[in-house]
Design a protein around this ligand. Structure first.
Ligand code: UD1
Ligand code: CA
Length: 458
């Protein structure tokens, strides 16, 4: 055996306290399924391979990590306890690993530095088992760390099995362990389920090691919040708050201004350039990249967008799967739907909705407009109240508006239709046929003025 470290992450349980149709470890926390947090932390420390113990909705967990060669899976078809889960994973471990790191899929706050620190301590002390612990003001629900006079761990006792005296212990089991592989192989095969919950407890291997006189040490993390397990949705919200705090702090330290970081919701992996300013209530999700010197206004929602430098997104705008060029201005209360692509200096004003729409440089749609399935050239002005009538009830059709066109207010463009370059569409026109370049298109019923009409009515 080499000196490699393999990890086992326990993720087979349903998580009944979540009261959900979705398995606990797949619930998103700050933008990614909960399980991704501890797995990422493990790989960011010294871990080379990771076995995920899956059971409930295993296909969802497998799919999440599909194509990642360093992750493998072990099936635990019946959830008989954490010890049983580890037993199921033993055959999947890398043959070259001499140390096993065990983590739970429901502790998303655990940081890579803490894992690395524990692994280092484990190597230096040459302990058989190192258990991560924390001192909690309220240890309720966690396994308590029982120690002898010399400070060695002799047992971990679950809440339900603990004596009155043991319940007073404030040092708790984080559910994270480094264990000598050879010892674990033997010990895990012999644990029993003679306890209050009738489960095979992983923590029993600690008792065994102590009984055999093998060193079992604790590694206390400085910040006890890191070990918080998520068992219900209240704890999940609390964990998400902490993770968002970390994400926001990192962004602020890299040069992003947040007016009120407590009120900004940014997913893991979102990138924002320096000197950008994010206002309260902004939610930025998924695979989003935002450039430098942008302003992300109050209450805006941005999902999977690529936004260039110097863009202003005003309050209440929703941007989905769209691309925005430099110095563009959007909103307030605009809606860019999937497939929108705006070039440099484009302006999209209030109550404008776009979908699968391309707009060339400098074009503007300043108010109350729908642009769907449209290709719009450069320096086009779209007047207030313009509508692309892209749907005939069966199919979607395209509108093409070439460079330099001026579309007056209250114009309907019945697609498929093309407006040639530098044309003018008069206000109130319903465009039903193509307009050649450099033309005026006007379609209005002539106005009739009936003089004195109102006087006669009286
Ligand atoms: C466990 C520990 C406890 C510790 C706490 C830290 C045991 C016996 N207890 O308790 O000492 O303080 O974690 O959060 O280990 N799982 C499986 N298969 C199973 C059972 C559980 O994969 O058969 C997985 C769950 O999906 C979960 C993790 O193991 O991700 C922990 O299980 P959970 O039931 O939450 O354990 P706790 O009661 O919190
Ligand atoms: Ca738990």
């Amino acid at each position: 055996m080499g000196n490699k470290i393999s990890a086992i992450v326990l993720a087979a349980g349903m998580g009944t306290r979540m009261k959900s149709g979705l398995v606990k470890v797949m619930h998103p926390v700050a933008g990614v399924p909960m399980i991704q947090w501890p797995v990422a932390a493990a790989f960011a420390s010294d871990v080379e391979r990771c076995v995920l113990v899956v059971g409930h909705q295993q296909e969802k967990v497998r799919e999440l990590f599909a194509g990642r060669g360093e992750v493998s899976f072990a099936l635990q078809s019946e959830q008989l306890g954490t010890g049983h889960a580890v037993r199921c994973a033993m055959t999947e471990l890398d043959p070259g690993a001499d140390t096993v790191l065990i983590l739970c899929g429901d502790t998303p706050l655990l940081e890579a530095q803490s894992i690395a620190g524990m692994l280092k301590a484990h190597r230096e002390t040459k302990a058989c088992i190192t258990v991560m612990t924390a001192a909690l003001a309220n240890p309720f629900g966690y396994g308590r760390i029982v120690k002898d006079a010399t400070g060695k761990v002799t047992a971990i006792t679950e809440e339900k099995d603990a004596t009155e005296k043991e319940r007073l212990i404030d040092e708790v089991n984080a559910g994270v362990y480094c264990i000598d592989r050879a010892f674990l192989e033997k010990a895990i095969a012999t644990i029993k389920n003679d306890n209050a919950q009738g489960e095979y407890y992983l923590t029993d291997v600690v008792r065994q090691a102590a009984q055999q006189g093998l060193a079992c040490l604790s590694y206390k993390v400085a910040d006890p919040r890191e070990i918080s397990g998520v068992n219900d949705r209240a704890q999940m919200a609390e964990a998400a708050r902490v993770l968002r705090g970390r994400i926001n702090r990192e962004l602020m330290l890299s040069g992003v201004t947040m007016i009120d970081p407590e009120a900004v919701y940014i997913d893991r992996g979102v990138r924002i350039g320096r000197d950008s300013v994010v206002y309260p209530g902004a939610t930025i999700e998924g695979n989003t990249v935002i450039g430098e010197r942008c302003v992300i206004g109050q209450g805006s929602l941005i999902q999977n967008c690529s936004i260039a430098d110097d863009v202003v997104v005003k309050a209440g705008s929703v941007l989905e799967d769209s691309k925005v060029g430099p110095e563009a201005a959007i909103g307030p209360m605009a809606h860019l739907r999937a497939g929108t692509e705006l070039s440099a200096h484009v302006k999209i004003g209030n109550f404008v909705e776009t979908k699968k729409a391309f707009m060339g440089e400098g074009s503007k749609a300043s108010h109350l407009t729908y642009l769907g399935d449209a290709t719009i050239g450069r320096d086009v002005n779209i007047g207030c109240g313009t509508i692309t009538c892209n749907y005939d009830g069966v199919k979607k059709h395209k509108t093409v508006i070439e460079d330099g066109v001026f579309v007056g207010s209250d114009v309907q463009l019945v697609a498929p239709v093309t407006v040639g370059r530098n044309s003018l569409i008069a206000a109130g026109t319903t465009v039903t046929k193509d307009v050649p370049a450099d033309s005026l298109a006007i379609a209005r019923s002539p106005q009739v003025n009936k003089e004195g009409y109102m006087l006669r009515k009286k």
